[in-house]
Design a protein around this ligand. Structure first.
Ligand SMILES: Nc1ncnc2c1ncn2[C@@H]1O[C@H](COP(=O)(O)OP(=O)(O)OP(=O)(O)O)[C@@H](O)[C@H]1O
Length: 353
C-alpha cells in the first residue's frame, strides 16, 4: 500500500465541535496510600513492579483526552486495561486519585455532594451491561425513574417515558415487567431510561456484551439510529473491535491503564500506534474501514485527467467497483482540488491483503 503518514490522514473536515468533557492527567490507583503514586518515581514503574513495591494497581495512568460535543467516543482495550475504572472516574462512581475532569469547564472533582448529585441526575446518564432495571416496577416506571427522582410531576414523566418507549421501538410494552421481556428488549428499556432525562453525556459500560450476537448487532444499529436522532455525546466502553469501529467517531485504545492511541476508526486501523493496537486490528477488513485518502497516490504527468471523480472519504469497498471499471485513474477530489488518483492497482493491493 502507498505509504501514508498518519498526520496526513484524517476524516472529513467536519467542523470540530467543542470539548464537553476535558480530562487531564487523570489517575486512579488502588491500594495503600495510593495518592503518593501519581507524580512520584512510583508512577514510572511497570504494573508488576508497582504491585510488588507499593502493593498498588494503577488502573488509570495519567489519562488526558477530550470528548467532543455530539460524538460517540469509544473506550476500547483488553480486559483489565482500565476502561471501566476510567469511565467511572468521569462520573466519580470511582474517586480519581489525581487529575482533572472538566465538564463544560467545571471540575467535577471539586463538586460537593449536592452538586455531584445534580450532575448525575441532570447531566449524565448510564447504560450498563446488566440493565439495572428495577424488577418490581413496570417498564414505564423504570423509564420514568430518573425523572421521578428529579421530582417531575407524574403526568409529565409518563408523557416523556411514553415518548422514549416509542423512540426505542417498544410501544405497547409500558405495562410489562422487566422479566417479561427478552434481554435485547430490556436493554432497550435501559436506553430509554437513560435518554428520558435528556442528559448531556450518555455513558455505556459494555452494554451489549451479555446479548447474543444477532441481538447485539440490532442494538448497535439502534444506538447508531438513536445517535443520529438525538445527537447526544456518548462514551461507550467495549472490548469488541467490530463494535468500536461500527459505533465510534473516535476510538481511544487503552492498555495497562494508559492511553495507547486516540483516533478515528480509519486512523486506528490504518496507522496503529504500536504493536498492541496493530495486533488488535490485524483481522479487520481494511477495505471496509479505510478510505481513498489512505491509498491515493500523487497524479503523474502522464495520467489521463478525465477519469471519474470520488471524494477522499469514500470507503475503499464502496469505491472498488467504480475504480476497477474505469479505464483511467479515478480522481480523488475535495472542494474542487485534486488530491490524488486511485487505480485498480491500489484497490487490489488492499483487497488482496
Ligand atoms: N476496586 C478495585 N481494587 C483493586 N483493583 C481494582 C479495583 N477495580 C479495578 N481494579 C484493577 O484495575 C485494573 C483495571 O480494571 P478495569 O475493570 O477498569 O478494567 P477493564 O478494562 O474495564 O476490564 P473489564 O473489561 O474486564 O471490565 C485491573 O487490573 C483491576 O484488577
Amino acid at each position: 500500500m502507498t505509504a501514508t503518514s498518519p498526520a496526513e490522514v484524517s476524516r472529513p473536515a467536519a467542523p470540530e465541535e467543542p470539548v464537553v468533557l476535558d480530562v487531564r492527567g487523570l489517575w486512579k490507583v488502588f491500594g495503600p496510600r495510593a495518592e503518593r503514586v501519581p507524580g512520584s518515581a512510583l508512577a514510572e514503574l511497570s504494573r508488576a513492579e508497582l504491585k510488588e513495591r507499593a502493593g498498588c494497581v494503577a488502573a488509570v495512568r495519567d489519562a488526558t483526552f477530550g470528548v467532543r460535543q455530539g460524538e460517540v467516543f469509544v473506550v476500547m482495550g483488553l480486559s483489565g486495561s482500565g476502561k471501566s475504572t476510567l469511565v467511572r472516574c468521569l462520573t466519580r462512581l470511582v474517586e480519581p486519585t489525581a487529575g482533572e475532569v472538566l465538564l463544560d469547564g467545571q471540575d467535577i472533582r471539586k463538586a460537593g455532594d449536592k452538586e455531584l448529585r445534580e450532575i448525575r441526575r441532570h447531566r449524565f446518564a448510564m447504560v450498563f451491561q446488566h440493565f439495572g432495571l428495577l424488577p418490581h416496577r413496570r417498564v414505564l416506571d423504570n423509564i420514568a425513574y430518573g425523572l421521578e427522582i428529579r421530582g417531575a410531576a407524574k403526568q409529565a414523566r409518563y408523557a416523556r417515558a411514553t415518548e422514549m418507549l416509542d423512540l426505542v421501538g417498544l410501544s405497547g410494552y409500558g405495562g410489562s415487567y422487566p422479566d417479561e421481556l427478552s434481554g435485547g428488549m430490556q436493554q432497550r428499556v435501559g436506553l430509554a431510561r437513560a435518554l428520558a432525562v435528556d442528559p448531556e453525556v450518555l455513558f455505556f459500560d459494555e452494554p451489549f456484551s451479555a446479548l447474543d450476537p444477532l441481538i447485539r448487532r440490532d442494538m448497535q444499529q439502534e444506538v447508531i439510529r438513536l445517535h443520529n436522532e438525538v445527537g447526544k455525546t456518548m462514551i461507550f466502553i467495549t472490548h469488541d473491535l467490530d463494535e468500536a469501529l461500527k459505533l465510534g467517531d473516535r476510538i481511544m485504545v487503552m492498555r495497562d491503564g494508559a492511553i495507547v492511541q486516540i483516533g478515528t476508526p480509519d486512523q486506528v486501523v490504518g496507522a496503529p500506534a504500536d504493536d498492541y493496537v496493530r495486533d488488535f486490528v490485524s483481522e479487520v477488513d481494511r477495505a471496509a474501514v479505510l478510505t481513498l485518502r489512505w491509498i491515493m497516490r500523487p497524479p503523474r504527468d502522464d495520467d489521463p485527467q478525465d477519469g471519474p471523480e470520488l471524494g477522499p472519504d469514500v470507503v475503499i469497498k464502496d469505491a472498488a467497483r467504480t475504480v476497477l471499471r474505469a479505464d483511467r485513474p479515478v480522481r480523488v477530489v475535495a472542494g474542487g482540488e485534486l488530491l490524488g488518483v486511485v487505480t485498480g492497482a491500489e484497490i487490489l493491493e488492499v483487497i488482496a491483503e
